[in-house]
Design a protein around this ligand. Sequence first.
Ligand code: GLV
Ligand code: MN
Ligand code: MN
Length: 405
Amino acid sequence: MTTFDAMWSDLRPVGRHPATGGYRRYAWTRTDAALREWFRGEARQRGLDVVPDRAGNTWAWTADPDAAADAGRPGLAMGSHLDSVPDGGAFDGPLGVVSAFAALDLVRARGRSPRRPLGIVCFGDEEGARFGVACAGSRLLTGALDPDRARGLTDDQGTTLAEAMTAAGTDPRPLGRDDEALRRVGTFLELHVEQGRALADVPGDRGAVGVAEGIWPHGRWRLDLRGRADHAGTTRLADRQDPTLPLAAAIQAARTAAQRHGALATVGRLRARPNAVNAIPAEITAWLDARGPAAADVHAVVACVAEAAGSTPVEESWTPATPFDPTLRDRLAAVLAGPDGRPAPVLSTGAGHDAGILSAAGVPTAMLFVRNPTGVSHSPAEHADPADCRAGVAALARAVEHLAC
Ligand code: GLV
Ligand code: MN
Ligand code: MN
């Protein structure tokens, strides 16, 4: 069994829902604690120093990072996240963390000695599934998320992030930008399962691994629609104040506007109160996720939704377009060229990543994508073939040797 396979089978049962086969790995829960413990165990087995930061992320470094950074040789870090969306797939996040450990094993097995420290990171709460803000760990790390706002974020039970962290044994008071942790990262590499079909359409081995061009601008908005609770069987239609009507108009407008602007818009989460089949809702909260090639397109979609709903959506997070470092991108595409000498495929994505947050904060960053034959993600149908996972590890190891050895 390869080290990749061993790690993959250790992680497989953690947070997997028996009925759906999907993963429910939410921040600061017992499942999250088990995943963090797994990460620390893998790091220690490899003799890495485990260093938590002030933002809820865990780093593992090969050498005394202070000494290296002080010597002007900041490290090369790689990694991703272990949390999931509700009933998410096995690959989104964990593939990047497991591949980082496996790539380190490969580099060491080949007897290559890095001339700069190598780090592996597990970012906390990338999906924002519990507290609503995606990439919360990397945003806190870089100062893009205000720690007071973060501490006050609530989950569906009304538990604040600060309370959840405390219950998990982590003091939330130091939460915030961590210059010390950031200073150690000279370059960041995130390997990730592809979340679309761009690589699936590239024939042969060349489609196994691609290099990211950049991330579309994207954001999340909350729509609060108020009505009046009343009886479904006795209230005349004319007398109703029913928030499902503006909701329906908003959802239809999102779809139409997204089509018109070449964007994507999704209302993937709804909360109704009182949430009874035989009562008109008193209140509906809907979350809109909108993304597109240009910020203006995304904002045009949100404006159409606002007009259709008759209510201004509250912006919960916004991430501008994030191009990755073009020099690094082209170098990696060349290093990962196939036997015919053609560079690895380069592709853009609408998915958000911690790599995008680090890149926006000025860290030279690159991403590698591993082919997903279903093209499906945020679902148990997400997949990568074992041979492509091996190609991903080999590509990451080659990138590490190129950049650090
Ligand atoms: C993260 O996966 C996102 O793009 O929402
Ligand atoms: Mn995701
Ligand atoms: Mn991810």
